[in-house]
Design a protein around this ligand. Sequence first.
Ligand SMILES: Nc1ncnc2c1ncn2[C@@H]1O[C@H](COP(=O)(O)OP(=O)(O)OP(=O)(O)O)[C@@H](O)[C@H]1O
Length: 306
Amino acid sequence: MLEIRGLTKNYRKFTALKGINLNVEKGEIFGFIGPNGAGKTTTIKIMCGLLSPTNGEVYINGINALKNIRRAKEYIGYMPDFFGVYDNLKVTEYLEFYSSIYGIKGDESKKLINDLLELVNLEEKADFFVDSLSRGMKQKLCLARCLVNNPELLVLDEPASGMDPRARADLKRILCTLRDMGKTVIISSHILTELSEICTSIGIINKGEMVISGNVEDVTNKVYNNQILEIEVTDSPDKAETVLKEMDFVQEINPLGNKLEVSINGDNEQIKTLLKILIIKDVPVITLNKKTQNLEDIFLEVTKEA
Ligand SMILES: Nc1ncnc2c1ncn2[C@@H]1O[C@H](COP(=O)(O)OP(=O)(O)OP(=O)(O)O)[C@@H](O)[C@H]1O
């Protein structure tokens, strides 16, 4: 759905992007993560045709977005990090205005607006002035506005900023619905924990460079060569510990009652071997879980100064 190749951007002498490469497949929710000033907004503005790059290529659904901006824009719904809403309009009037831009009028527009307000949970505010909405509500309205033309690719720049926990939970739900509708979503944030449960893939940008990208599990594995497993036994945790210690890929064991947190150096092959050995040695295992690393940890690890 989105392919970026060798994207660079100079602001006079300052190089904000240093050759970014990125691939986001259709249907993914891609978390674009980086600290302040890393280059997220610059990348997003270029991919949405709002800023020219110094070098590089951007393809949206196979269309060269730098050469055919108009065609590429048909696929994009863009939610900026700062946006203006027209204060003297009511919520429905605001959405009517945007749907009219796309030639959607009358009953079709009414139905669309009802559906969008339901999606973002603002039905009760339909007749309120935009001005009277809270910041989080304005952001949800802005998200609804981005969906007016039914875009395949949604690019959301810091949509969660300024939202309270309830609004964030709402945003998560909306994003999951959009994913189920087959949309591709790119969402930037430095609030990492907000993204960890919904993103299917992530890219971490730091000082204009894409430090790492891929599906969440792959990125986790690349950052941490070891994985953490949680193994539960019905009894004899000591025996489990003794057996685990004999495996050369087991690095650390942390017993917690009938549960053991085990750090291993390896992938699914080692996990299969580990389980097989535990069962052969009659260790009464009842559960084995891979503990997912928190995105926050990954982010701190990847962006830490050398
Ligand atoms: N118009 C501009 N002129 C000069 N420098 C700019 C301009 N816009 C951005 N920059 C610089 O480029 C770098 C990347 O900025 P950008 O806004 O893309 O970062 P970001 O990752 O979106 O940051 P934040 O999370 O704070 O929004 C920063 O160092 C910023 O100061």
